[in-house]
Design a protein around this ligand. Sequence first.
Ligand code: NAG
Ligand code: NAG
Length: 418
Amino acid sequence: MDERKKGTPSMGVIFCALFLTATFQVCFSAAKQLQSNMTRETQSPNSFGSSLLFPVQGDVYPNGFFYATIYIGNPPKPYYLDIDTGSDLTWVQCAAAPNAKLLKSPNKPYKPNNNALLCKDPLCPFVDQPTCKAPNDQCDYEVEYADSGSSLGVLVRDSFALKLTNGSAYKPSMAFGCGYDQEFSGPFPPPYVDGVLGLAKGKSNVVSQLRSFGLVRNVIGHCFSGQGKGYLSFGDDLLPSGLVWAPMLPNSLNHYVLGPVDLLFGQKASGAKGLSVIFDSGSTYTYLNPQAYQATLSLIKTALLGKQLSAVKDGNLPVCWKGAKPFQSIDAVKNYFSPLVLSFKNAKNVGFVIPPEAYLLVTSKGNVCLGILNGADAKLGNSNIIGDISFQDKLVVYDNERQMIGWTPSNCNKLPKP
Ligand SMILES: *[C@@H]1O[C@H](CO)[C@@H](O)[C@H](O)[C@H]1NC(C)=O
Ligand SMILES: *[C@@H]1O[C@H](CO)[C@@H](O)[C@H](O)[C@H]1NC(C)=O
């Protein structure tokens, strides 16, 4: 899910983008691009000795999102929050007023208790504030999502019930959004959750707040299993060795951007070169810019010539094929397809490999559909977004301490042992 910042400063908006699933509009200024520099490193020096680990629920299909359960308040109550590395504000649906406009959600909405942040609070400047005029005004926020989705509310502070992997329990008081006016629309239904766990780079991000309390390092990891479920971690002492790392590119919207990469299909160059890609767990699918999308689609179609697959309208996604008989699972069909590789230009033989099961899915009708979409159809302009489908069966780590992103193939059904 991506956040559109309003009043982006005069650096020049390069593009504005709409997301489909958890759907946000993004505008983003191109910042000076760093030379990409892949390095292989083992885990970074660990100074905190503890992490937070959350089991994750959800899947790419049919649900379209992954969530963690976070306990907030006193007594702590559960909230299912959509894990979103494409926006940085965490918010929960909130019964702030009798006429609150809430979406259908699995748990009871949060009840605020005169705990609103004021505009003078140091965290308030990190959200879009539609109403701050005086220091003692209430700190309202507004996030806009693509396809006209949005959340509007007020920042509040309350305790989060957390248990570190070293056994210590904490109840740090953290700022988050109490959202009393949510709207979602778009081609896919809104995620059935209580709110969003915003994990992009901004200061309002809860991991950045936990870091300021000295509880965990600002390192976020997600591991989504292809069979659904998985885990989320904050902190860096549970990371395995053998991760491949690439530096984050700076950008004005706090997105996790990597590049430049060339896109390969199998061993072949697709013609899509020098792309920058956004890692966004709030997006169900992967989006490519129109040229890269067309190039990829035509390579896939060429590779399918003479195979027993024919194009079919499925209703779930725009590009689907059927076989002689309905497919029961992706295993029955993945051998017809080659892996895609995001090949980092400045490093030979290292890349982000997207095997067929991380860009295809089998629908309830037994067809196989392409989970890579044309960014133009989603009004994403020229951006390339790597979404949940392509993160499956990998541990992906956003190390905000070192400004690096790492990954490794992983069995996400198995939680790491503290
Ligand atoms: C890339 O890596 C090389 C060797 O590890 C290093 O000398 C160089 O400074 C790095 N460049 C950037 C932009 O990080
Ligand atoms: C667990 O880690 C926290 C944060 O690093 C630390 O303050 C606490 O003392 C640790 N607890 C134990 C039992 O070691």
